[in-house]
Design a protein around this ligand. Sequence first.
Ligand code: UT7
Length: 357
Amino acid sequence: MSAIAHSRILGSGFVVGEHKVKNEVLSKVCDTTDEWIKERSGIEERYFVREGTGTSDLGLGAAKKALENAQVDAKDIDYIVVATMTPDYYFPGVGSLIQAKLGLSNIPALDIRQQCSGFIYGLQVCDALIRSGAAKKLLFVGCEIHSGFMPFSKKGWDVVMGESNEPISQEEKDWNSKFRHLLVLFGDAAGAVVMGPSEDGKRGLLGFSLHSDGNNVESLYVPSAGFKYRPYFSEAHVKEGRFVPVMDGRTVFKMAVTKMPEAVMEVCQKTGHTLDDINLVIPHQANLRISEGVQKQLKLPDSRMYNNIQRYGNTTAATIPIAYDECRTSGRIKQGDLVCFVGLGAGFHWGAALMRE
Ligand code: UT7
């Protein structure tokens, strides 16, 4: 039996894609407006990577910042866990790529794919690894490059990335507009934390409430690049736009505003806390309106809910570590605070984690 009561976060950091893309730019390549995007999602801008940057590169950037913040040398890391739904390659995952880029070898590197709940699911895995004694200094990265899902041609992409002002054809705009409800929401970024045993036994992760339900998989999924097909990816998939995620936004929205507050209440109950004990809820950043819906149901004042989707869009597994890092560095979270992470995403997977900072 391990004597370690809790694991805790020792340091955090994040990076974003190299190029900032404001809503107005997206209105040049599809039928949308800054007003619509802001009103329906709260998003004002997001970052996309330049060609050649991989998810492991963003993950590496975030990892380095988290290591520096935790004052931990990379060579002391004995386990790497990565949450991503957008790996550099179909296989292997990103964990071993980040390991090699950090100049490490031999230590275990594990990838998990729980999409927007990746960070919360991963926290439970990391916590268990540390409490069991399997890891003493663990690096946990949430990283995503969503721009690869975008339907733009080279011409459209150059406009998005500020490299061309040439108008795209109406035909291309019509094609892109088929995906407009989706392409305005996402961004590229990575967040990371370094974790280890909690010395005083009080600080750290206190409990989790996690759930999955595979009954509505087709409400949010990528209908290509899968081994249900032979070959697993084809020219027809590209022509039909089947590499772009399919998303029934309303179903996802409703699930999120129902299941996220339930998960917060459940993790409080499981750990012997009440909602009033929580200093700050950090929700997965999928849509500002979802966060507002969750906040309303939990009857929380603005001071106890954190949002930053306005500046980054939805970066899936990276949203929570980015928000957490901003809160730590700005003083919004102080030592001793009770922090609740909560999210829902494709799968569907959802859940909450409670942590004493
Ligand atoms: O982390 C999990 C990932 N996904 C999510 O969390 C998504 C959750 N869902 C959402 O965020 C919202 O459902 C969306 C932002 C995707 C859509 O917002 P909505 O308020 O549910 O809009 P809607 O889909 O009901 O569409 C309303 C109208 C439609 O036009 P009509 O049929 O009323 O003429 C859409 O075609 O808005 C139109 N529309 C757009 N208009 C301008 C959809 N996307 C756009 C767009 N720009 N980008």
